[in-house]
Write a protein that binds this ligand. Structure first.
Ligand code: NDP
Ligand code: OXD
Length: 321
């Protein structure tokens, strides 16, 4: 019997445990409490072969001598690669239609919110004013997606159906139907200059961290049909310079923004971002990992590896995602 350990930080492990145990009836599934404590024995922990994790504590790994693989319960793996003592084992991430659909919904929702002048109409409503504003058609607006991976490509497909012109920027050249592709540092400036709504779906890596800065916002198209560029970030908070975003939303370098992720989460009460009328904030819920659904993939991964097959959706540790 194989032991699978859940270490899910603040997420309540109960539903994950039940759901995964149902899908792995012949294996032993155990879970840490949200504070990192374990109700069982050290000997039980030491039998762990698979760690299913979200932000595990660094000290945990010394207690798992038989570990064979780490399965992230998120698409992003910065929460694992940040750990200096992370063992050199295969790491797989989540790629699942449920997670993808949720992100596609969020991206389309926010792109439409800005296209349809949501913040301006909310201000008019608060002022009790009935006034129609001039609004461009979707086809006049270019959405530039930074990070043309699993989530970026799926988002691009729906945005195209909605009528937007869509471009994408990735590390390597990509050929995605209907998307004008840019890649690499050399084409970043051209990509930004061709963007009205910037959607960030990049992973947090040493190369991408801090990219969303005043310098980058200044390279976005400033005279586009929405009266200034829009930023939507559902990638990771450490990609963004939040002081620069607050300044840009105040001085007009950015016309509006939607942020789902923050450098520090929860976003501290003292952050000036809370008070900005042209910023829409959600608490890292663009695409939530659903315990009713994702254990299906995790169970499949455990079964694959036990059958001697390679894990799917392996992380390239040298690239950082
Ligand atoms: P993928 O690995 O499929 O895609 C990542 C994309 O980023 C790829 O296109 C990759 O390029 C590109 N990229 C990476 N590094 C660079 C770089 N230095 N320069 C240019 N492009 C780069 O990831 P997913 O689409 O599955 O997920 C993306 C991110 O979304 C996750 O890492 C996570 O941080 C975030 N996320 C957020 C959620 C939320 O609720 N807010 C939920 C789920 C995910 P290439 O194609 O060449 O490899
Ligand atoms: C993820 C996330 O990476 O939820 O999946 O942020």
């Amino acid at each position: 019997m194989t032991t699978v350990l859940l270490s899910l930080a603040v997420w309540n492990p109960a539903r994950w445990l039940t759901s995964l145990q149902e899908r792995l009836p012949d294996e032993k599934v155990i879970a840490l409490e949200p504070d990192g404590s374990f109700a069982g024995t050290d000997a039980e922990l030491a039998e762990t072969e698979y760690l299913v994790a979200w932000k595990p504590q660094a000290e945990l790994f010394a207690r798992l001598p038989k570990l064979k693989a780490i399965l992230s319960v998120g698409a992003g793996v910065d929460h694992l690669l940040d750990i200096p003592t992370l063992p050199d084992l295969p790491i797989a991430r989540i790629v699942d239609p449920d997670l993808t659909n949720r992100m596609v919904e969020y991206v389309a929702w926010q792109a439409l919110h800005h296209l349809r002048l949501g913040p301006s109409y909310q201000a008019l409503q608060r002022a009790g004013q009935w006034r129609a504003l001039p609004q461009p058609a979707a086809r006049e607006v270019t959405v530039g997606i930074m990070g043309l991976g699993v989530l970026g490509i799926a988002s691009a497909e729906l945005l195209i159906q909605l009528g937007f012109r869509v471009t994408g920027w990735s590390r390597r050249a990509k050929d995605v139907a209907g998307v004008v592709g840019y890649h690499g540092d050399g084409q970043l400036r051209a990509f930004l200059g061709d963007t009205d709504i910037l959607v960030c779906l990049l992973p947090d890596t040493p190369k991408t961290r801090g990219m969303l800065s005043a310098k980058l916002f200044g390279q976005l198209r400033q005279d586009g049909p929405l009266g200034g560029p829009i930023l939507i970030n559902a990638g990771r908070g450490r990609l963004q310079n939040e002081a620069d975003i607050a300044a840009a939303l105040t001085n007009g370098l950015l016309r509006g923004a939607s942020l789902d992720v923050f450098a520090e989460e929860p976003l501290p009460a003292s952050s000036p971002l809370w008070k900005l009328d042209n910023l829409f904030i959600t608490p890292h819920v663009a695409s939530v990992s659903d315990p009713a659904v994702l254990p299906r993939l995790i169970a499949r991964q455990v079964k694959r590896m036990e059958a001697g097959e390679e894990l799917q959706y392996l992380v390239d540790r040298s690239a950082g995602y």
